[in-house]
Ligand binder design. Structure first.
Ligand code: NAD
Ligand code: MN
Length: 476
């Protein structure tokens, strides 16, 4: 496929390409231009030209464009989901969820488009003020490969509704569905150039985007290391940033929890998307009074997971998106095993057999009695490995949960309100779930504390972060 600049498909002038491979089979499924800083500059010109016309369209009509695009996405959701599975690896049913999630986001923003009243401040004899919100201008969005469609929606929905124009840089391994969705948004009525998609290597295209002086805001989702670099470059131009970075969410299962429900929550929380989710359950703390039955049941469920090509009808878990990601996971588990820092109850190895040979597969892995020194607890594990720690009481669970430098999400599984309040008040995270984990619908503000990032996506919160106030002060 080609890039999208100014409402058109364009190739890179130097005709260099990046191959996109299916992570389940190793087959090349397509190629996209390996873009450069010049392509970013062309996209910025197109986005600047579209900025005035798009901003002048009333917000509710901008919302209608998003709404029409959502309808087209729903009509084509099967094909889009198939393409997402082929480039990303996730099971088709999860890809369908994600594509529908994208439509949900556009519809949510379309729905709030008529509510954007400003403020009026009455100052008595001094006069009156009208406070309105204005778009920022041209924005940049850098998205990762784990949830490329959903995260595109989290950025494009509010940025476009607020009246900004946008340049998206997808991850090198997952550009295809993003490009298709860009075409759908254009067909739905975006002025040419309101949305541009530049493909290519992260350090080249990403840094060109962050460094371009005409771009007013960067919204980045990805690793802490890259996010820190993005903030550093953006600071040189006083550019606004939203950073959605890593996470190492704790899940705390108390003695009064519904064990069956908690087991299903842990299973989905960890193994959805082969564990490659920012708010996955990455550390599990279970109360000693129920640790045995809980762990036993969880092991049975983990052992029963079907691993395979995401297009297979029985697949519960697909391959990892990259071989490098798989190898990182394998090393972390091997190290834990070799140092005696945990007991492997399930998995702990790659899959053998001809169906798996060319793919980046790793078995769903459950590790019990993990010690605090283990890399499985100290680093973000972006794959299907769940470390379980037994704790004697809630205070210990909270203390251990807060040991991480991240603060994205956390969950507690209990019927007890006092426990809920204590976790809510004391665990460092942007969202605390009770008796669930993972899901973030479009209404719900999402973002981290500490090293998990800066700013919020979703809800009216994101809309505010893609605009600024402007005040008219009337002295009558
Ligand atoms: P990454 O930082 O390697 O890549 C993210 C994006 O940045 C990609 O598009 C990449 O091409 C681009 N990039 C790479 N180098 C760049 C540079 N120098 N300048 C600008 N852009 C550059 O992250 P990843 O490994 O692809 O993604 C996984 C990470 O993303 C995990 O840490 C995960 O927790 C995090 N994540 C966070 C959220 C959230 O909302 N908090 C959601 C999903 C993923
Ligand atoms: Mn990376």
């Amino acid at each position: 496929m080609q890039m999208r600049i100014g409402g058109k498909e364009v190739s890179s002038p130097d005709e260099s390409w990046t191959e996109v491979k299916n992570p389940a089979t190793g087959e090349v499924i397509d190629r996209v231009p390996a873009g450069s800083a010049e392509d970013v500059a062309r996209a910025v010109e197109a986005a600047e030209a579209a900025a005035e016309p798009w901003k002048k369209i009333p917000m509710r009509d901008r919302g209608m464009v998003l709404f029409r695009a959502a309808g087209k996405v729903r009509e084509q959701h099967r094909d889009l989901a198939r393409l997402l599975t082929m480039e990303q690896g996730k099971p088709l049913k999860e890809a369908i969820d994600e594509v529908r999630g994208f439509a949900n986001i556009l519809e949510f923003y379309a729905g709030i488009s008529a509510q954007q009243a400003g403020d009026m401040i009455r100052l008595g004899p001094a006069g009156d003020c009208l406070v309105v919100r204005e778009p920022l201008g041209v924005c940049g969005a850098i998205i990762p490969w784990n949830m490329p469609v959903l995260i595109m929606g989290w950025k494009a929905g509010p940025a476009l509704l607020a009246g900004n124009t946008l340049i998206i840089k997808p991850a090198a391994t997952t550009p295809l569905t993003t490009l298709k969705l860009g075409a759908i948004l254009d067909e739905a009525g975006l002025p040419p150039g309101a949305l541009n998609i530049v493909t290519g290597p992260g350090p080249v295209v990403g840094e060109a985007l962050v460094s371009h002086p005409a771009i007013r805001k960067i919204s980045f989702t990805g690793s802490c290391a890259t996010g820190t670099r993005v903030r550093e470059l953006a600071a040189m131009q006083l550019k606004e940033v939203t950073l959605e970075l890593g996470g190492s969410d704790p899940m705390i299962v108390m003695e009064d929890a519904d064990i069956g429900r908690a087991v299903e929550g842990a299973l989905r929380g960890r193994f959805y998307n082969a564990g490659q989710t920012c708010t996955a359950v990455k550390r599990l703390y279970v109360h000693e009074k129920i640790a045995r039955p809980f762990t036993q049941r969880l092991k049975e469920r983990v052992d029963a997971l079907n691993v395979g090509n995401g297009l297979g009808p029985k697949t519960d878990m697909g391959p990892l998106n990259s071989a490098a990601g798989r190898d990182f996971i394998a090393r972390a588990v091997d190290e834990t095993r070799e140092k005696g820092e945990g007991t492997i109850l399930s998995g702990g190895c790659t899959l053998r057999g001809s169906a798996y040979e060319q793919g980046n597969f790793y078995r769903p892995t459950l590790v019990a009695d993990v010690t605090p020194a283990s890399v499985l607890l100290k680093e973000e594990i972006f794959g299907p490995v769940l470390p379980v720690v037994t704790v004697p009481d809630l205070d210990t669970a909270i203390r251990e949960a807060n040991r991480s430098s991240y603060g994205l999400g956390a969950s507690v599984w209990t019927q007890n309100l006092a426990v809920t309040k204590k976790v809510f008040d004391n665990v460092h995270a942007g969202i605390i779930w009770v008796n669930r984990h993972l899901t973030v619908p479009p209404e719900v503000p999402f973002g981290g504390m500490r090293e998990s990032g800066i700013g919020r996506e979703n809800g009216h919160h994101a809309l505010e972060q893609y605009s600024r106030t402007k005040t008219l002060f009337i002295g009558w």
